[in-house]
Write a protein that binds this ligand. Structure first.
Ligand code: NAD
Ligand code: IPM
Ligand code: MN
Length: 347
């Protein structure tokens, strides 16, 4: 059976790590019963440069008829402050595909224990998931205004938006340690007060799981202090954005963290949690693991190819265990050389 994968390489290191990940996918899925056809489209800054639109119509149409989407990263100083920005394209794509649930798994594999800036005794065994609401909150709320002397945004949530993301978190928790932590700022924000109330109501539908609450400032501290205490964290759009980058300190780099976004249409999008890393773009030194693991998440979640996903993950970790590391982890291996080492371990 044929599957259409829409590939949005994007900007900065996006194309570099995307080509790694596609190379790995092609080798790993060679003998699979599924045939993957990769279709590349302009997106983000590349969309602005080629089609004057960060989300060109044909890119959106391709995504809407895809079996799954792989996204590298978008953005960069070239487009910062312009009327059209790459980030607008990313938000518009998430909204158009109704990708309300962004799943960001945070683990510290054995091989990275001594690479973490946090003590090994603290990070060992870290394994939690951030379930980030992705299509509402302050990113999308109206009204918003940017003037010369004042500016504002609106953090809007309604009951249905909160219910569906909290349900998603509980469903994930049922396959794990059954502990959901809802992170909010209910001591101050109206949107968080509603969030907490609705989370309590949803918890009644999942009597096999526990629900606790924590304020975001305290959660930010505890994620670093006691990362093993967490199982599933559910939170609103902006808090999830910030907490997930913070959590990347545990494995020691953003370069190993994948994510998956799910929505109402059944089309899922897989992307690293990091950005286009303009500071290292074009040098063939980016860590491609975040993108390769995003692709393996795709094989697992969208196509049920668990054995191949396992094989890719084992190959990535074995490569790192052999001391073959990119510069973000203190090594000297290039993106392309790392990729070949992963491929060698898959064959
Ligand atoms: P960033 O995530 O791009 O980079 C933060 C730091 O992490 C940098 O030092 C970078 O070199 C490093 N890093 C990130 N990924 C890496 C990898 N795979 N290997 C090695 N090092 C890696 O964040 P930023 O610099 O704040 O943002 C740059 C641009 O990316 C901005 O335009 C921003 O809007 C955009 N962005 C896009 C996405 C996305 O496409 N989903 C996500 C975040 C930021
Ligand atoms: C992310 C990014 C995006 C976000 C930006 C680029 C719009 O930081 O995917 O985490 O804030 O969601
Ligand atoms: Mn982010």
């Amino acid at each position: 059976m044929e599957k259409k994968i829409v590939v949005l390489a994007g900007d900065g290191i996006g194309p570099e790590i995307m080509s790694s990940s596609i190379e790995v996918l092609k080798v790993a899925t060679k003998a699979s019963e599924l045939t993957f056809n990769f279709e590349e489209h302009y997106f983000g800054g590349a969309g602005i440069d080629h089609q004057n639109n960060p989300l060109p119509e044909e890119t959106l149409a391709a995504c809407q008829s895809a079996d799954a989407i792989l996204l590298g990263a978008i953005g960069g100083p070239k487009w910062d402050g312009a009327a059209k920005t790459p980030e607008q394209g990313l938000l518009a794509l998430r909204k158009a595909l109704k990708l309300f649930a962004n799943i960001r798994p945070i683990t510290v594999p054995e091989v990275l224990l001594d690479r973490s800036p946090i003590k090994e005794s603290i990070v060992r065994g870290t394994d939690f998931v951030i379930v980030r609401e992705l299509t509402s909150g302050i990113y999308f709320g109206e009204p918003r205004f940017l003037g010369e002397t004042e500016a504002y945004d609106t953090c809007y949530y309604n009951v249905d938006e909160i219910k569906r993301i909290v349900r998603q978190a509980f469903t994930i928790a049922q396959g794990r340690k059954k502990q959901v932590l809802s992170v909010d700022k209910a001591n101050v924000l109206a949107s968080s007060k509603l969030w907490r109330k609705v989370a309590e109501e949803v918890a009644l539908e999942f009597p096999d799981c526990t629900l606790t609450h924590q304020y975001v400032d305290s959660a930010a501290m505890k994620i670093i202090q006691n990362p093993r205490d967490f199982d599933v964290i559910v939170t609103e759009n902006l808090f999830g954005d910030v907490l997930s980058d913070e959590a990347s300190v545990l494995p020691g780099t953003l370069g190993v963290l994948p994510s998956a976004s799910y929505g109402e249409t059944g089309i899922a999008l897989y992307e690293p949690i990091h950005g286009s890393a303009p500071d290292i773009a074009g040098q063939n030194i980016a860590n491609p693991v975040s993108m390769i693991l995003s692709a393996s998440l795709m094989l697992r979640q969208s196509f049920g190819l668990d054995a191949i996903a396992d094989q890719i993950e084992v190959a990535c970790f074995a490569t790192m265990e052999a001391g073959i590391l990119t510069s973000d982890l203190g090594g000297t291996t290039s993106t392309s050389a790392f990729t070949q080492e992963v491929i060698k371990r898959i064959k």
